[in-house]
Design a protein around this ligand. Structure first.
Ligand SMILES: NC(=O)C1=CN([C@@H]2O[C@H](COP(=O)(O)OP(=O)(O)OC[C@H]3O[C@@H](n4cnc5c(N)ncnc54)[C@H](O)[C@@H]3O)[C@@H](O)[C@H]2O)C=CC1
Ligand SMILES: O=C(O)[C@@H]1CCC=N1
Length: 266
């Protein structure tokens, strides 16, 4: 278990999910986590588990060794600039999960020499099933190892070059929503062919989990596994081909590139 004090600045969807995941993993104990928000009422669930809550970001930063920033991209600069004097590069490490804000910009906000990390997890971090891409700057080997340990507790972690961070945002973080929309569409189809919504939900979600597990456990390409399902002249290939005629793969690829360009252009 880590003995570092962790401040999470911005207790929204992702900030709260990170706190939940850290607690569930046992990586840090509840009193070593402090989470901030302007209105802390919505953090009652975390508070009940012993996590500290705070409206004053400067106080939270001063009490912490590691600061995880989960603010919106449009207010990170303004919010952190207000507490600039609370940052101490000799004591702190700053981890940002904020989309589209570079490590140079983070260092500029927090002060020269600040150890900075960009991490791109997804909301499955709350249940320790995140895919997290990370890169870092000015970190000591001990700090870099701690960050890997933290995110390894919360799912699967990969170190990437910062130039791929926006692509990681789309494939990993937005990807949760794309996958869920696939499941939702499957449920809608399942109801049309006879299932009630709860059973269709269970079948669709477990089937996607199984498909992902086949790839992960066997380190395989999807088409190898698809080949095992598509009986010649069977119903799978008939349905798959119709999906492709309707633009299934194309719509996903186009959506991914639109998300990516949205990050680039703002
Ligand atoms: N939601 C997701 O799936 C993912 C989000 N991200 C990134 O994480 C960041 C946060 O995203 P979400 O959690 O979805 O947004 P969110 O809007 O749910 O969370 C931001 C939180 O910051 C709080 N906040 C605003 N001003 C504050 C202040 N002065 N002091 C303390 N807290 C303040 C807001 O009340 C809000 O709860 C974004 O930059 C996003 O790009 C990254 C990966 C996945
Ligand atoms: O939609 C967004 O902008 C954020 C970034 C990744 C997931 N949610």
């Amino acid at each position: 278990m880590s003995t570092k004090k962790i401040a999470i600045i911005g207790g929204g969807n992702l900030g709260s999910a990170i706190a939940q995941g850290v607690l569930k993993s046992g990586f840090a104990s509840a009193p070593d986590i402090i989470i901030t928000k302007r209105n802390i009422e919505t953090l009652a669930g975390l508070q009940a588990q012993g996590v500290l809550t705070e409206t004053d970001n400067a106080k939270a930063i001063a009490a912490a060794d590691v600061i995880i920033v989960a603010l919106k991209p449009y207010n990170i600069k303004e919010v952190l600039s207000r507490v600039k004097s609370a940052f101490n590069p000799a004591k702190h490490m700053l981890i940002s999960v904020v989309t589209g804000v570079s490590m140079d910009e983070l260092e500029e906000i927090a002060g020269p020499g600040m150890p900075v990390v960009r991490a791109m997890p997804n909301t499955a971090i709350a249940i320790q099933e995140s895919m997290t891409c990370i890169c870092h700057k000015n970190t000591t080997p001990e700090q870099a190892a701690w960050v890997m340990q933290l995110f390894d507790q919360l799912g699967v972690t990969v170190s990437i070059d910062e130039k791929l961070m926006d692509a990681a945002t789309v494939l990993g973080a937005c990807g949760i929503a794309y996958a869920l929309r696939f499941i939702r569409a499957s449920i809608q189809g399942g109801i049309e062919i006879g299932f009630d919504v709860r059973t269709a939900n269970m079948i669709a979600a477990q089937t996607v989990k199984g498909a992902a597990a086949l790839l992960i456990s066997g380190n395989r390409h999807p088409e190898e596994e698809i080949d095992k399902v598509t009986t010649p002249k069977g119903c799978t290939i008939a349905g798959l081909n119709e999906m492709e005629h309707q633009g299934f793969s194309s719509s996903l690829i186009k959506g991914i590139t639109v998300s990516y360009n949205k990050i680039l252009k703002g």
